[in-house]
Design a protein around this ligand. Structure first.
Ligand code: 16G
Length: 246
């Protein structure tokens, strides 16, 4: 932020030039992700700018999501953790609900939606009888336009006779038809994304991902849904509340 250098570069109002200079500093690694920015007062002293001008630049950086302001501790360069969604592991909820609760819009790109001949894995997981078909719903799921996960759900036809009836939310349809799962077992493991998954999620092959398997059941114990998903590794914090075993 050397006053000699930065004031000469670029045009526009002072606060815009300062904002750009700080963005450059972030891009160059002077301020790495997660690092604190110097306090407003210090930036004002260093640059010879007024506190009002500095505050305006910082406000713009916060609005752009380049920095995050934390009450009482100042401004920090947005790090990967600041863009994560906190997902509870102790509630049986749907993607649509999870995003709505955060004020985010959930959308989906369909990859597959129809009735298929089941794979051996589906036969076992859903306890299908020979000759049974399976409903399959594969979607890329997005939150506010950002790809978050690829979900491949398989359901017995007695649970979902018409896969095409699912528009936005599978759980909404199941609720409406009285087939909502009440219990699920979920398994999470670390993976490296394959080329196709990476492409869909907007990441690079071999980037970190999470494989999540959800097996959910109706109240009467029947298998309702077997879902294999690939979640992006950089977008989630999974959270569970633990209690002392008694
Ligand atoms: C969640 C579930 C998925 C379910 C989907 C329904 C995981 C980890 N999560 O994403 O099993 O199929 O919600 O969402 O598998 P929807 O009602 O918005 O379609």
């Amino acid at each position: 932020l050397d006053p000699e250098n930065w004031m000469q570069s670029g045009s526009g109002p002072r606060y815009v030039r300062l904002r750009r200079r700080i963005e450059e500093g972030i891009a160059e690694g002077t301020f790495p992700a997660g690092a604190p920015l110097p306090p407003e007062r210090e930036i004002a002293t260093l640059t010879g700018l007024s506190r009002v001008t500095v505050r305006k630049a910082i406000q713009e950086l916060a609005e752009k999501g380049v920095i995050v302001q934390r009450q009482g501790s100042g401004s920090f360069v947005t790090g990967p953790d600041d863009r994560r969604v906190e997902q509870s592991l102790s509630r049986l909820t749907s993607f649509t609900d999870d995003m709505a609760r955060r004020g985010m819009e959930s959308t989906a790109t369909w990859l597959e939606r129809g009735i298929f001949f089941p794979s051996p894995e589906e036969v076992v997981a859903l306890a299908l009888s020979s000759g049974d078909s399976v409903a399959r719903l594969s979607r890329l799921r997005l939150a506010d336009g950002r790809p978050m996960a690829i979900e491949r759900a398989s359901l017995p036809l007695e649970i979902l006779p018409d896969p095409k009836s699912v528009g936005r939310s599978l759980y909404e349809v199941l609720e409406r038809t009285g087939k909502h799962p009440v219990r699920a077992i979920q398994k999470i493991s670390a993976i490296n994304l394959g080329p196709e998954e990476a492409r869909l999620l907007g990441l690079q092959p071999n980037d970190a991902g999470l494989k999540i398997e959800r097996m959910s059941y109706l109240k009467d114990g029947r298998a309702a849904e077997f879902t294999r998903s690939t979640y992006r590794g950089d977008a989630y914090n999974f959270v569970a509340e633990l209690r002392l075993a008694s």
